[in-house]
Every structure is written in structure tokens, then in C-alpha cells.
Ligand binder design. Structure first.
Ligand code: V47
Length: 439
């Protein structure tokens, strides 16, 4: 009897992951309780092993990266999310016009890029071999919807095969509100797609929970609208990503609830829609300079657990990305054996988050990405935004299955493009440059 009680206690302990292993091996979805148990378990080696079962079933040792450029077109934003250190209120004195031209009265750390600025940046990256431009920004109170459609059209014209992944669900809702007469979500997405939009990033999801929403990003649209935008995008055949911002005011159970909601949405998209989520990107909260700067942010182990648990909770979403800007290159590398199969890309400039000492120039060379992957036992594969293989030579690239080829020149110097109060651009974009030390 005593022995039986002991066995029962051991089986219920958070470190007994045998039942979860059985489910993972059988491809069964994990429950909320399973997810919390994985967080509570001190057996991180088994957690990593389980996450890798899913990763390897889907991708073997293949590990994806891409050559991309992030452009954050403005830091003016009508929202005041407590976790965000990027936004700046739009000052009454600024009186910008619809082409993005600011008066000279703007505070020094604010900026908005003109369409010419955005296109010039995209063009440099494209001529140096980038396959994707990732564009998001604050919710600008003055720019009209034509700024965004014209931007896509101009990039499409200047960089015909560069994939435009742009605008979070929150921006899409903002666009419906600034159009007169008001356009529907479907109309906004259709017009953007006609202008050149290829797919949508996963930002703005944060944590799908009313309590967390009210505490950390109260005035932002919530999960209902976020999912509505992604549902309509999937119905239209537009692929999207999904994020989870973790490590601020949410509990472990609220993280798992978020992941289960993504999984449920994905099941519906796979069953009845033309597109679905490509990847989940768990974003590690960086407290610096935000209203939540008193919080410590996630530890390395929390990052690793969260990436692995995302892999395990959402087996119907193909990819888990460790965005090295958030998790750091060193931890992103370790996560490649904890369920992660994608490191994002070269990025080049990133304004939304900066760790202490970093500027907006946050760049990874292709050689460095490959080194991180190979050292972790991965097989590096360059992908395009939709996870198709990119075949690259020293002066051209093509996407597997497509008939076109894009030439590029890795030796061009980049002119400076930033304007307003933004930090000045560095003069050289090193896509594919020689190796440096990792991390
Ligand atoms: O929506 C804001 C988050 C997101 C902080 O789809 C913060 O491929 C951490 O969505 N600490 C934007 N995160 C980034 C994003 C993204 C990044 C890379 C790839 C993809 C993709 C999407 O960043 C925002 C917000 O959730 N964020 N502030 C912060 N202090």
C-alpha cells in the first residue's frame, strides 16, 4: 500500500513526463495542464528531447534562416503599451502631412520615413541579395492609407521579387479606422495584396488574455480582432505568422492558453481556409526603457523552456522561430536543440527593441547565422518568407520552383537613409560577409 502511494506521488510529480512523452510520440495535442507541468518540471533535458521529437519529425536537422531587412517606418504611435519602449506620442506641434513630411518641431528621438526612404532601404538590401523586407511601425495618427499601399507598390516596382511581409493585425485594424469611408478588413488586405503585400508578420498578439490585456496593453485591440484579421487573411490565401510576447505580467498558464488559442485557430485554417500560420515566434520581453522596466524579464532558462513548450503545444504549426534579436544569438543557437528550426535572418536594422548598448543597427551576417546552425548540429537552409528553398550563387538567387532568377552584387556600399531623429544608418550592409565570432 505504502509502495502504491509512493508510485502515485511520483507519477503525479511535475518531473514525471512519461504521459506527456506518450502523447508527443503519438502526435496527440497537449492540454493546458500538460503545458503547465512542462513549465514546472525541472527535467529540462527531457523537455528539450520531447520538443526535438516534434522538430525532427517535421524538419530533421534542417534549420532555416533568411536574408532579410526589417524596416520600422515610424515610431509615432497612438497607443501606449506598457511593455513598449519604441513608441513616441505624436506631438501637437508636429503637424505632419500625408506624404510623411514632418515639420522641424518634432522631438529628436522621433521619426517617420518617407516612401522614398523605405524604398531606398529596400533597394539597397535587394541589390545586395535580400529576399524579404519585413515592414512594421507604430500606429501613426496622420498618415493616410495610401501611404501604405503606395509604399508596397513602390517596393514592388523597385524590387520585383522581394517578398513584402508587412503590417501586423493591429496596423490592419488601424488602416480600417483611418479610411473614409471606412474599409473592411477584407478590403484593406485585398488592396494591400494588390499593391504587393506577400504575407503578414505575427506581431501584436502579445498574450491572448483579458487580464493581461487590461494590465499591459489596455487600449490596443485584443484577441478577437487579432484573430479576425488572421482568419480573413487565411481565407484570402495570405499566409501569416503568430507571436507571443512573454515574460512580463502574464502567468505560465496564460502563456499556455495563448498557445492553445493559436493551435485551435490553425486547426480551423488547415481544415477550411486557403492559408494558415507559417511560424510561431515567441518574443522574449526586453524591459529596458519601457513602463515595465522594473520587471526582470525572462531568464535564459525561461526562454529555452518557452521555445520548447511552444513547439510541443502547437504541433500543427510547422515552424518555431527564435528571433535572435530577442533571445540573443547565443540562446537562439542553443534552442536549435530544444525544438526551434528557424533563426529569422540578417535583419540589419531593428528599432522596436534594443538591448543595453545596442543601436538600431542590429545585423547578423549569413556566415554567422550558418556558423550558429552548423555548430548546433543543424543543416542550414536558406528559405524565402514562405519556407521555400532559396538557391544562391555568389551573384544570383532563385526560389526553388520559380522560373525567375535575381542577380545581386555583394560589394555595393549603402548610402545613409535614415531621417528625422532616427539613428544614422551604418554605411555597409554585410549580407553574406566573412565570418565573425558568434554572439
Ligand atoms: O508586436 C514590443 C513585440 C513585436 C517589446 O512575424 C517587444 O516573422 C520584446 O512581431 N520586448 C514586433 N518584444 C516584432 C514581431 C516579429 C519579430 C520578428 C519576426 C516576426 C515575424 C515578427 O515586438 C510587437 C510586440 O509584440 N515587442 N516591445 C519588448 N519590449
Amino acid at each position: 500500500m505504502i509502495e502504491m502511494n509512493r508510485a502515485a506521488t511520483i507519477n503525479n510529480s511535475p518531473d514525471d513526463l512519461a504521459e506527456i512523452r506518450r502523447k508527443v510520440e503519438g502526435g496527440e495535442p497537449l492540454t493546458l495542464e500538460d503545458g503547465v507541468k512542462l513549465y514546472d518540471s525541472s527535467d529540462i533535458h527531457t523537455l528539450g528531447e520531447l520538443a526535438n521529437i516534434v522538430r525532427e519529425k517535421k524538419h530533421g536537422r534542417t534549420t532555416y534562416y533568411n536574408t532579410n531587412l526589417h524596416i520600422n517606418y515610424t515610431n509615432f504611435c497612438v497607443l501606449r503599451c506598457k511593455f513598449c519602449s519604441f513608441y513616441r506620442p505624436y506631438p501637437k506641434s508636429a503637424e505632419g502631412d500625408e506624404s510623411g513630411q514632418l515639420s522641424s518641431n518634432t522631438p529628436p528621438d522621433t521619426y517617420e520615413l518617407s516612401i522614398e526612404d523605405v524604398v531606398a532601404r529596400a533597394k539597397v538590401a535587394y541589390s545586395r541579395g535580400a529576399t524579404e523586407v519585413h515592414i512594421v511601425g507604430g500606429l501613426h495618427p496622420k498618415l493616410s492609407f495610401s501611404y501604405y499601399t503606395d509604399m508596397c507598390r513602390a517596393i514592388r516596382e523597385a524590387c520585383p521579387h522581394m517578398h513584402i511581409k508587412a503590417f501586423t493585425a493591429i496596423e490592419i485594424i488601424h488602416f480600417t479606422r483611418i479610411t473614409k469611408p471606412r474599409l473592411s478588413i477584407e478590403q484593406v488586405l485585398t488592396q494591400l495584396r494588390e499593391a504587393g503585400l506577400g504575407s503578414m508578420p505575427g506581431g501584436g498578439a502579445e498574450i491572448f488574455d483579458d487580464r493581461v490585456h487590461d494590465e499591459a496593453f489596455k487600449n490596443k485591440v485584443g484577441e478577437v480582432e487579432w484573430f479576425e484579421v488572421h482568419r480573413i487573411a487565411h481565407e484570402l490565401g495570405i499566409y501569416t505568422n503568430a507571436t507571443m510576447l512573454y515574460g512580463h505580467v502574464e502567468s505560465k498558464a496564460e502563456r499556455i492558453g495563448h498557445l492553445i488559442k493559436l493551435r485551435e485557430h490553425q486547426a480551423e485554417s488547415l481544415a477550411s481556409r486557403k492559408a494558415c500560420f507559417n511560424t510561431i515566434i515567441p518574443l522574449s520581453f526586453i524591459p529596458d526603457d519601457s513602463e515595465l522596466s522594473h520587471l526582470p524579464g525572462p531568464t535564459g532558462l525561461d526562454d529555452l523552456r518557452t521555445l520548447a513548450i511552444a513547439r510541443l503545444m502547437c504541433q500543427n504549426i510547422d515552424h518555431i522561430k527564435a528571433f535572435w534579436i530577442m533571445q540573443t544569438p547565443k540562446l537562439a543557437q542553443v534552442s536549435l536543440n530544444w525544438g526551434v528550426d528557424d533563426l529569422d535572418g540578417t535583419v540589419v536594422y531593428y528599432d522596436i527593441t534594443k538591448r543595453e548598448g545596442d543601436g538600431t543597427h542590429q545585423e547578423m551576417t549569413v556566415d554567422r547565422l550558418k556558423r550558429l546552425i552548423v555548430e548546433a548540429g543543424g543543416l542550414p537552409v536558406e528559405r524565402d518568407t514562405l519556407y521555400r528553398r532559396v538557391n544562391r550563387t555568389s551573384d544570383s538567387w532563385r526560389v526553388e520552383g520559380e522560373s525567375w532568377t535575381v542577380g545581386y552584387d555583394a560589394s555595393i556600399l549603402e548610402p545613409s537613409h535614415t531621417k528625422g531623429g532616427a539613428e544614422s544608418a551604418s554605411t555597409f550592409v554585410q549580407l553574406g560577409s566573412p565570418s565573425e565570432d558568434v554572439g
